[in-house]
Design a binder for this molecule. Structure first.
Ligand code: C2E
Ligand code: CA
Ligand code: CA
Length: 559
């Protein structure tokens, strides 16, 4: 190998060296100063797929012409020129071989030790795949998406995010099984990918949510927004055709939120939150559509968060109070009052319940608030019973679904009654239809237990909910309250009058009294009385009043 042997000893030495080089696990290739192949061991023959006899003495770059100018070429030259060891990992495409290389400069040229690391590389690639790609769809996963968004933000160039949620995805899972749902997700991922540009990152964010990262859309946020909106519209169009789910046509639509980012963006989380918000906006707009995040939306969201925080404090600070609206017989007798909560906000003044009850329900703040309302109403009821003017009055209290479905709801009401000394048979709880439909058995049993204690029940806003009549007779209800929209509708075009008539008939058949809400005029009162409603409530007689004002009003009523 180092030229012709000069002596016996030298020949022996060469033979030993050769034997060693043949037995090591590395492949070995020795090149002289003119890049001619001087030696290669058996491993090198195998990996490089050549026969020693064919290549010995030939210029290595003529044997492997594809390597000229490439990473191996440069590395070996560097080893020679700098007279230092160069080591690296490289993929040699012609042989589809991953190699780990150490190149040692020698007096004659360079000696190269290398080995096949293709297997290790495959495992590494697999691990990388598992960590960064979604198994089901093969798309980048959340992890990789977050990294890419982070990188995009660091470039300070404007771009956009599409947040895509499949509408009613649950339906296919529920009706045709999860395996069919999986097929839909895979196909949806493919359609999204074809609808955007090939360089865009389409990621599966989780569940039925996909996120697309769009870069290089334009220079100004306006351009970017316009282009992103266009690509989002492409995605919507891509969903027009049915999906073939195991031989059955399935229609699916996406709701897409779009948000634009530039150097001012606050960070990855913030960006995704905005896109998510815009997606919900698209859902609210009726699904199968695109919605662009806009700052006005953010302002509404912030306002809501502030409201929630304020409300948390308000529960502790006693900022809530009850107003009471008289419940009247159509003959003019006052039979009770409905407790309606008010919020004395330190800055905003009196906040109406339609502004904060929905927020309270979503944040579970309705639980402490509802507990407070129940106690306060019972306390007031107990006070009324001690005054001869008001001793017969009933108290109606609104109960929200979250509150009612708590396991300890019955105990809570009974405790409020016991602690305040209020008469249970003067307490009426107002429930809504949607509340009753959830878990009918459990609902009936809760109502029954309270009924046994004397408490009665009214069905609030009747006619606006599901109005599934099949369950009505099973529920221990005492009263139907006709929603005010029908009372008002009765005098306009439409079927209001007809609905009032039907509800009254229903009440009779089920042995429930009927109360008309929102009676504002004499004409309306005459109408509901003629139709057979026994009770009414509305501005005609009185708006909801603070307890003291109600007391004054009661004291002036004729006996
Ligand atoms: P609701 O239970 O249907 O209460 C009746 C609402 O109609 C009250 O609005 C009342 O002021 C209003 N109203 C009564 N008569 C008339 C009328 O002649 N004309 C008009 N235009 N409106 C009339 P309010 O007090 O703003 O309450 C709104 C809703 O908030 C209530 O609707 C109820 O669903 C909810 N709410 C109020 N207090 C509570 C509470 O303590 N707990 C729960 N869970 N919900 C409550
Ligand atoms: Ca009510
Ligand atoms: Ca109502």
């Amino acid at each position: 190998m180092q030229g012709p042997p000069k002596s016996h000893a030298a020949a022996l030495e060469t033979a030993c060296l050769t034997a060693t080089l043949e037995s090591i696990t590395d492949a070995v290739l020795m090149l002289d100063g003119s890049w001619n192949i001087r030696y290669m061991n058996g491993n090198a023959e195998r990996l490089l797929q050549v026969q020693r006899a064919d290549v010995m003495g030939k210029n290595v770059w003529s044997v492997f012409p594809e390597a000229v100018g490439g990473p191996y070429y440069l590395a070996y030259h560097r080893a020679v020129e700098t007279n230092s060891v160069v080591s690296f990992e490289e993929h040699y495409a012609p042989l589809n071989l991953w190699t780990e290389i150490r190149a040692y400069p020698s007096e004659e040229g360079v000696t190269i030790y290398f080995r096949d690391i293709s297997e290790r590389k495959a495992i590494e690639a697999e691990i990388h795949n598992l960590a960064f790609y979604d198994k089901l769809t093969g798309l980048p996963n959340r992890q990789l998406l977050l990294e890419r968004i982070g990188h995009a933000l660091s470039l300070s160039r404007p771009g956009a995010i599409l947040f895509i949620d499949l509408d009613n995805f649950k339906t296919i899972n529920d009706t045709r099984g999860h395996d069919k749902g999986d097929i839909l997700l895979r196909l949806a991922g493919e359609r999204i990918s074809t609808a955007v540009r090939s360089d865009d990152t389409v990621a599966r964010f989780g569940g039925d949510e996909f996120v697309v990262l769009l870069e290089d859309l334009g220079d100004t946020p306006e351009d970017v927004a316009t282009a992103a909106y266009g690509l989002a519209a492409n995605v919507v169009r891509a969903f027009c055709d049915p999906f073939d789910i195991a031989g059955v046509e399935h229609y699916s639509t996406p709701s897409i939120g779009v948000t634009v980012f530039d150097h001012e963006a606050n960070g990855v989380d913030d960006l995704l939150q905005r896109a998510d918000l815009a997606m919900y906006q698209a859902k609210a707009a009726g699904r199968n559509t695109v919605s662009l995040f806009d700052p006005a939306m953010q302002i509404r969201v912030n306002a809501r968060a502030t409201l929630e925080a304020d409300m948390r404090r308000a529960v502790q600070n006693d900022e809530f109070m009850l107003h009471y609206q008289p419940l009247m017989g159509v003959d003019g007798r006052m039979v009770g009052a409905e407790a309606l909560v008010r919020w004395k906000h330190p800055q905003r003044g009196l906040v109406p319940p339609c502004e904060f009850i929905p927020v309270a329900e979503e944040s579970n703040l309705i639980l402490p608030l509802g507990r407070w309302v129940m106690r306060e109403a019972c306390r007031q009821l107990a006070l009324w019973s001690r005054d001869p003017h008001s001793s017969t009055l009933e108290m109606a209290v609104n109960v929200s679904a979250t509150q009612f479905h708590r396991p300890d709801f019955v105990e809570q009401v009974l405790a409020a009654l016991a602690e305040t000394g209020a008469n249970p048979s003067h307490l009426r709880l107002e429930l809504t239809e949607s509340l009753l439909l959830k878990d009918v058995e459990g609902t009936v049993s809760k109502m029954q237990r309270l009924r046994d204690a004397g408490v009665s029940f009214a069905l609030d806003d009747f006619g606006t909910g599901y109005s599934s009549l099949s369950y009505l007779h099973r529920l221990p209800l005492d009263q139907l309250k006709i929603d005010r929209s029908f009372i008002w509708g009765a005098f306009k075009e439409g079927s209001g009058a007809e609905i009032v008539r039907i509800i009254v008939a229903l009440g009779k058949a089920l042995n429930m009294s009927v109360l008309a809400e929102g009676v504002e005029t004499q004409e309306q009162l005459a109408f509901v009385a003629a139709e057979g409603c026994q009770y009414y409530q509305g501005y005609l007689f009185s708006k909801p009043l603070p307890a003291a004002e109600l007391a004054t009003l009661i004291s002036h009523l004729p006996d």
